[in-house]
Write a protein that binds this ligand. Structure first.
Ligand code: HXC
Length: 258
């Protein structure tokens, strides 16, 4: 696929996708989301890639779904076209870790897209918000569901009902982002995290992602049981043998992804 709205690069074992519609603050239209879905799937299937980073510009991760593109949609257009889920849910099918590196605005669908990633590293100037209410609509890509899980019902209600933005400090305090870094260090720090993950055993990385995600989909008892089964499975891998042997031999592990 020839990309017009994203830039796709690889750095060692890390696949980097940069949202690139600068004139519209990376507003997310169908074409961009189709390209993003394709790029994510390609990296997921690429044996040379172990971790994926999704980022935007210094001014905006993404300022939301493209308002111009949806302004004249009718109910029937949205329903028949399955607007949103048609091309927005692909990121959830990705098995490798996806880290969001967020600078500037992550609003509406941009905030929702960041929340679909596995964790968010925020630059000091990051701003998160669900301002859809000001447009006479509501978050449509999981905002009303993922925000309460990420930051509590009270803060989620506050953000979705008042449309106020949350800065990076508040977002970290609330648990929406895993860390805050200076803007000029955003990619360096994110790439360091991605490279660290990429050096681990890929099958174990996939198991951990699967298990943590299970926490949001099931009861504690079932989730713990699921985790235990995966934990048992890890003993069937060569990498568990190597990891523990390396520890005992006081040397770094050399994982072979088996
Ligand atoms: C289309 C957008 C856009 C968007 C910005 N632009 N956000 N175009 N859709 N979501 C465009 C502007 O029209 C403008 O184009 C250019 O980007 C620069 O934006 P400005 O407003 O001039 O910049 P600034 O004054 O710095 O303000 C930045 C901003 C503001 C605070 C982020 O642009 C803003 O409020 N944007 C809308 C945010 C929003 O409501 N997001 C939710 C969308 S609904 P021109 O051509 O004039 O230069 C949504 C629903 C999700 O996401 C449902 C599930 C997907």
């Amino acid at each position: 696929m020839e990309y017009q709205n994203i830039i796709v690069e690889t750095k060692d074992k890390v696949g980097v996708i940069t949202l690139n519609r600068p004139k519209a603050l990376n507003a997310l239209n169908d074409q961009l989301m189709d390209e993003l879905g394709f790029a994510l799937k390609s990296f997921d299937q690429d044996e040379a890639i172990a971790c994926i980073v999704l980022t935007g510009s210094e001014k905006a991760f993404a300022a939301g779904a493209d308002i111009g593109a949806m302004a004249n949609y009718t109910y029937m257009d949205a329903y028949k076209d399955d607007y949103i889920t048609r091309n927005w849910e692909q990121i959830r099918q990705i098995r490798k870790p996806v880290i969001a590196a967020v600078a500037g605005y992550a609003l509406g669908g941009g905030c929702e897209l960041a929340m679909m990633c596995d964790f968010i590293i925020a630059a000091e100037n990051a701003k998160f918000g669900q301002p859809e209410i000001k447009l006479g609509t509501l978050p449509g890509a999981g905002g009303t569901q993922r925000l309460p899980r990420a930051i509590s019902k009270s803060k989620a209600m506050d953000m979705c009902l008042t449309a106020r933005m949350m800065d990076a400090v508040e977002a970290e305090r609330a648990g929406l982002v895993s860390r805050i870094v200076p803007l000029d260090k955003l990619m360096e720090e994110t790439m360091a995290a991605a490279t660290t993950i990429a050096a681990m055993s890929l099958p174990i990385v996939l198991m951990i992602k699967d298990s943590v995600n299970r926490a949001f989909e099931t009861t504690l008892a079932e989730g713990v049981n699921f985790e235990r089964r995966l934990f048992h499975s890890s003993f069937a891998t060569e990498d568990q043998k190597e990891g523990m042997k390396a520890f005992m031999e006081k040397r770094p592990a050399n994982f072979v992804n088996k």
